[in-house]
Design a protein around this ligand. Structure first.
Ligand SMILES: *Cc1c(COP(=O)(O)O)cnc(C)c1O
Length: 339
């Protein structure tokens, strides 16, 4: 059976690098949405807990329930339909309407749209949102925003930062006036954290960096991290491919000499995206020959078990996408093994 191997040492290394940048591991919230970027929600949550991370970020209430026992605080980004009030759950408020959907005493973090124009309340409406939340007896625990291009060398990052810094002052003034408890401020994802020299916010929401990738132009000088996930396949069958014989759908690969080839039990049906070309050499040094089928690939050699990849950077370039998509594409039902 094909399976995913998770490298605990690498995960801990990445978290250590992030903790250093943030100043302390208490200043990290690990982002576990989409099955922990394809790595396995419960597996990564358990390891993060062992490392000493106290906060997590997920997309849905269902994800939060699964990992509730492992964190002190869990921010739910996109779900207001919650059945149980757990003191550790914090709900992100993406528009004014969602305030109305929550019951009294729910912990909330108000998201501000500082320029991405995807989710969040506009800066002009922030005060209205705060007063409405207080009327509804919601606990305002945080104010946050998200960068649209922290990994690009444009001025957007600084522009959004400036707006957010201004809002912090405004919110602090309101809090003082109304004698409200302290509110947490957070704006950084992985790339933004590594663009911030003196990190002073309450925490950073780190996703991709935990998993060992920090995509961004070279000029940003991001540290090199260590990929956590590798994919393994087991042999289904072997055969000799004679010189000039063609293998797989469409026969796109043609053998340049007699060779031994084997099939392995992974394909695009498992989320290993389809390669349509003649051959591809993976980060583990294996040659995938011809097209990827739904449930198998053809690889040169006849080892019983092979590492298919231990780094998705090259694959994401080939597929003209980003490492995030390569990782989250991997099927939830592939077995995850911690190494
Ligand atoms: C996904 C997400 C993150 C994590 O981003 P990375 O680039 O993976 O670090 C942080 N904050 C929000 C709101 C997100 O949706």
């Amino acid at each position: 059976m094909s399976y995913i191997k998770l490298n605990k040492q690498n995960l801990f290394y990445n978290l250590e690098v992030c903790a250093k940048q943030a100043g302390d591991k208490n200043k990290l919230a690990i982002v576990l949405k989409d099955n922990a970027y394809g790595h396995g929600l419960l597996q990564i949550a358990t390891l993060a807990n062992e490392f000493g991370i106290k906060k997590a970020v997920v997309q849905t209430y269902k994800e939060a329930i699964t990992i509730e026992h492992l964190f002190d605080a869990i921010l739910i980004l996109a779900d207001t339909k919650i059945d149980t009030l757990s003191h550790s759950f914090h709900i992100a408020i993406n528009d004014l309407q969602s305030l109305e959907e929550l019951c009294e005493n729910t912990n909330i973090h108000i998201k501000i749209d500082t320029g991405m124009h995807r989710n969040g309340i506009s800066p002009e409406m922030l005060e209205v949102a705060i007063y409405r939340a207080l009327e509804l007896k919601l606990n305002i625990c945080g104010i946050f925003t998200h960068h649209k291009s922290a990994d690009e060398l444009t001025s957007d990052f600084f522009y959004q930062n400036t707006i957010f810094q201004g809002l912090k002052e405004e919110v602090k003034n309101i809090c003082e006036k109304l004698n409200m408890p302290k509110i947490a401020f957070h704006s950084c994802n992985s790339a933004a954290l590594f663009r911030t020299k003196n990190f002073t916010e309450d925490f950073a929401r780190i996703g991709i960096a935990s998993y060992g990738y920090l995509d961004g132009v070279d000029a940003l000088n991001f540290p090199s991290l260590r990929p956590v996930l590798s994919l393994y396949g087991n042999k289904l069958s072997s055969r000799t491919l004679k010189k000039a014989q063609r293998a797989g759908y469409g026969g796109t690969y043609s053998a340049s000499e007699d060779m031994t080839v084997s099939t392995y039990d992974i394909g695009y049906g498992d989320g290993f995206r389809r390669l349509g070309g003649t051959e591809f050499k993976t980060s583990c040094g294996k040659r995938i020959l011809g097209r990827v089928s739904m449930d198998s690939i053809i690889v040169e050699g006849n080892d019983e078990e092979i590492c298919i990849f231990d780094n998705v950077s090259e694959l994401s370039k080939i597929h003209e996408t980003i490492t995030y998509e390569m990782l989250t594409s991997l099927n939830q039902n592939l077995k995850r093994v911690i190494d």
